[in-house]
Design a protein around this ligand. Structure first.
Ligand code: FES
Length: 157
């Protein structure tokens, strides 16, 4: 019996799933740019995990595909090459380190700005990798850099 996969065919993905590549190719590439439903997405492979997030940094649209990946405050983050903002890969949380100089003993610690970068869901079936776009309905800052629609949404806020 020759399976669909053997014939080089893929089953039709379920609604909302976007095929973004074969696992081995995405692993080799490590960082891949895709446009899904008009949205620019970065698909990342790091330490045996796939991540997908909006391609343009929420701060000023910096190119996240060139950012270093490091762990801060126990969270794996991409560091935007433009102004070094740190964004957690799993949640899209903006984190920063600051010192509270008003405290009797000034202390430096990590703070969260909340979710700033839209992240998407990655799944894999038989070596094929799919992305499902985030359904969070509220405006997330990185939406601003996803064409005119994002800019209109921000003005409504
Ligand atoms: Fe990414 Fe400013 S554009 S940190």
């Amino acid at each position: 019996i020759i399976s669909m996969e053997d014939r080089g065919e893929r089953e039709e993905p379920a609604a909302g799933l976007h095929f973004v590549g074969m696992k081995e190719d995405l692993i080799k590439a490590k960082r891949s740019f895709r446009t899904l439903e008009g949205r620019d997405i970065l698909v990342l492979y790091h330490q045996e995990m796939f991540y997908a997030l909006d391609f343009h940094c929420y701060h000023a649209g910096g190119p996240l595909q060139n950012g270093d990946i490091e762990e801060f405050d126990g969270k794996l983050c991409i560091v935007c090459p433009k102004h070094k903002y740190k964004i957690s890969l799993a949640e899209g949380e903006g984190i920063y380190r600051a010192t509270n100089s008003y405290a009797p003993v000034p202390t430096t610690r990590w703070y969260s700005k909340g979710i700033k970068q839209r992240v998407h869901t990655v799944t894999e079936t038989n070596g094929a990798v799919y992305v499902t776009l985030s359904h969070v309905s509220r405006f997330i800052e990185s939406d601003y850099f996803q064409g005119e629609k994002g800019k209109v949404e921000r003005e409504r806020m």
